[in-house]
Design a protein around this ligand. Sequence first.
Ligand code: ATP
Length: 485
Amino acid sequence: MSSQVTLEKITNLCKRRGLIFQSSELYGGFNGFWDYGPYGTAMRRAVEATWWDYMVEQRENVVGQDSTIICHPQVWKASGHVDQFADIMVDNKDSKKRYRIDNLLEQQSEEVLAKVAELMGSETDIGKLEAAFETKLQEGENIDSVLLDAKVIDPSTDKVGDWTPPRQFNLMMQTYVGPVFSEENKAYLRAETCQPIFVNFQTICNSTRQKLPFGIAQTGKAFRNEINPRNFTFRSREFNQMEMEFFCHSDDSMDWYNFWRDQRLAFYSDVLKFKPESMRTHDHDKLAHYAKAAMDIEFEFPFGWGELEGIHHRGTWDLSQHAEFSGQKQEYFDQARNEKYIPTVVETSVGLDRLMLALLCEAYDEDEAETAKDGKEVEGRVVMRFPAIIAPVQVAILPLSKKLAEGARELHAKLKPFFRSEYDEAQSIGKRYRRQDEIGTPFCLTFDFDSLEDNCVTVRERDSMSQERVAIDKLANYLMDKIRG
Ligand code: ATP
């Protein structure tokens, strides 16, 4: 990530260039919901397609599925979401601000944290403190005044808050299916894309030639009624996930866990070209009782390190839960081993919109470029250094004069089937370059008066700003090599 990048610069650029902006802005926006404009949509589809290609299409042992967003409510009972998928929240009655307990505690001084820990009988580690709040709430212990007694500060006012008792808040979004809004018609929007994979495991086993070990992947929308959506698309209420559940024998599960961790790290470094210093891994200290291992792949956002992807060993937990709740066995007969067992699962799970934000932060740069403005030689430019495979526009065709429109449009028509391309003849060539730099177009083709004679165009590379004359009939291969390379 460039040291110049701030979240404000990213959100401004995204709005200015129509990449990502607030949903329902006309009505003042809707907190936690984001819309993607033409360039944002093109890029998000490209990122998803790149993930899908890497995780599914290039492999023989991973297949895809696409489930509904609303599933049978029992799915979420079995997964534990209905009863346990909750965050703890508190409100400050003075400032009317609402916080998730872990976010609030993260922003306290050591003294305040020590006092909270003392009152809770816990260590000062935020994860452990949060777990202590959960346990005490579930056990019905009275912890109503802990935050008041510890004089917890409201970060928005820097004063001690008048805190409501901490309470659990379920993150599942609810709806009703059918004409009557009754308890038995209550349903949920999926909180993650992976549960329908577990539900479909037997059907996919029976309808394909896949044998264990193999994986099932799914991408799509997930919904969480987050208490405090923030940091642009990092924490949204509606977002996209890209998940893969790999089913294997428990004996091999740690080898697969290590395999998928390495594959996922390679995806970020080799395919999406993240710099090594922008990423780190973090092993979970506290594991779910059924898991042998879990880790996060983190990215350094302008607001600090944050989880981008989780790699989880889920044991046989999910399939066992669905077996219990559906009354149908979720076993697999392994011919090679001559053994019947419930498969163990290794999961890779990344949020597409969080990844978009990471890509935007990683790509953002400011430098100087040539200009013809007011006798100046250079001017500052913002340049998004996206890898060419996911850039919203891969090739821009820019005629030097509107008089050259016919030839330049013909060239555009030739390249359009192969690349995400754009034709632009408005404004000076310098301004057009700046615009393409800001949306991260890796190649600009300038069609000039000589092009009519020599059938060549000038290819300008975004990063080096080098210019090369290339024959039009060789362009498609030339660009293909550069974009794939
Ligand atoms: P967090 O601790 O940040 O809430 P999580 O551990 O609950 O995340 P998972 O349930 O493991 O996240 O979800 C997998 C991935 O989905 C995350 O790594 C993240 O990229 C993405 N994700 C989760 N919640 C959100 C959200 N509210 N907005 C955007 N992306 C999200």
